[in-house]
Write a new protein. Structure first.
Length: 419
């Protein structure tokens, strides 16, 4: 089945060290692609002149928090939406500081691509490796390495090639399939939206051109059909008197009318009778569409159940290994009970064991340390009260991810990828 890349939504995240120019780059993308409202432009122009800046400080388009504007840093995930004739985009601008690993995990978890910024003067540093490692861990399919501030190294081709070699050397250990390199100056706009006359030696596309043409259809798992039920629709109207639809968002795969399906965890089988998007009936649906479907048999189905193909089912499991990023200020309590959320299903669970923690600067595994502090990434064993219909995260990002919630405070304390 062909899914057209045009007009698809592309989510991307930015990563890099503090002052590498991430917010300026996003500001430049928005500014040069004419995706900024006039009142925003007036507000930022006024703030820029108040601060004594020459021209418009592009970084202010994304720095929404008061602390950020005062310190000139990004300390929260700032989401921005913009659109071009070819594609729609959601940007997650994430912090560069080491203490904000959790924000990067949050911003990158749904991304198709990650923009990793490298300062042309400093080259590949520890934080470049750390952010690239997290992007790899989160299974982000495309990595775009933006070698920024090329104007400060006289747009040197040799310097660009040196950084490319340096990055390729360490990235051979990463699991990212598609890595591209682009020389830019976010401040001056070289190769961001418009081609640069200063890099005649570079024959690749501009950043916007790469983002608009990135092939993302194959990022979606079309093989394993997974439909977590979010709610059961029983409209009390004359037109739909006997309608019993199961609504939700397709996590992966393709569903067609007449397909033989199984309902998990009960294991009952049936066939798809109808598929609707809104009030329109369609013949087939695929991820990530939101739909409702009806089945030929009257089966007891509720929120948290999963409708899958009869011959392709996830593994129901109560105990499994997870790469967990701890997000909370309070450290993880050994064997404490948490609410685990997996797709639309909520159960209670506990962290049975911390197998090892990862030093995300050196990638080394640290064994024998069972405490989890904020921003720690660790492989842990989790046990839930009931079986969950899980896939490995590398095969299916939607059915392979979980979050843990503190049942007393209702805070999300951890996010994890099922190994």
């Amino acid at each position: 089945m062909e899914i057209n890349d045009n007009n698809q939504l592309l989510r991307f995240t930015t990563a890099g060290s503090v002052d590498d120019g991430k917010s300026t780059l996003i500001g430049r993308l928005l500014y040069d692609s004419k995706s900024i409202f006039e009142d925003q432009l007036e507000s930022v122009t006024a703030t820029s002149s108040k601060k004594g800046h020459e021209g418009v400080d592009l970084a202010l388009f994304t720095d929404g928090l008061k602390d950020e504007r005062e310190q000139g840093i990004t300390i929260d995930v700032a989401y921005r939406y913009f659109t071009t004739p070819k594609r729609k985009f959601i940007i997650a601008d994430t912090p560069g500081h080491i203490q904000y690993t959790r924000n990067m995990v949050t911003g990158a978890s749904t991304a198709n691509a990650a923009l990793v910024l490298v300062d042309a003067r400093h080259g590949v540093i520890e934080q470049t490796k750390r952010h690239s490692f997290i992007a790899s861990l989160l299974n982000i399919p495309h990595l775009i390495v933006c070698v920024n501030k090329m104007d400060l190294v006289d747009f040197s081709e040799d310097r660009f090639n040196e950084i490319t070699r340096e990055f390729e050397q360490f990235s051979s250990k990463l699991l990212v399939k598609d890595i591209r390199f682009i020389p830019i100056s976010a401040l001056l706009g070289d190769n961001v939206v418009n081609r640069s006359e200063n890099t005649s030696w570079y024959d690749g596309g501009t950043l916007l051109n790469i983002l608009e043409t990135l092939h993302i259809s194959s990022d979606i798992n079309k093989i394993d059909a997974r439909f977590p039920v979010q709610t059961v629709l029983r409209p009390q109207s004359e037109k739909y008197r006997d309608y019993r639809g199961y609504a939700g968002r397709i996590a992966s795969g393709i569903y067609r009318i007449g397909d033989e399906v199984s309902v998990l965890p009960s294991g009952f089988n049936s066939k798809i009778k109808s598929i609707n998007t809104g009030e329109i009936e369609i013949e087939e649906a695929f991820a990530p569409m939101s739909i409702s479907m009806t089945l030929e048999d009257d089966i007891d189905i509720s929120r948290g159940n999963m409708i899958v193909k009869k011959n392709n089912q996830p593994e129901p499991s109560q105990e499994f290994d997870v790469m967990l990023c701890w997000l909370n200020n309070e450290s993880a309590k050994p064997r404490a009970k948490y609410i685990i959320q997996h797709t639309s299903n909520e159960e209670r669970a506990m962290i049975k064991e911390v197998v090892y923690k990862i030093d995300i600067n050196s990638y080394e595994r640290q064994k024998g340390n069972s405490t989890l502090e904020m921003n720690d990434i660790a492989r842990v064993k989790i046990r839930s009260t009931h079986r969950l219909m899980i896939d490995a995260y590398r095969d299916n990002r939607n059915t392979g991810s979980i979050i843990l919630i503190d049942e007393n405070t209702n805070e999300t304390v951890a996010a994890g990828m099922i190994v």
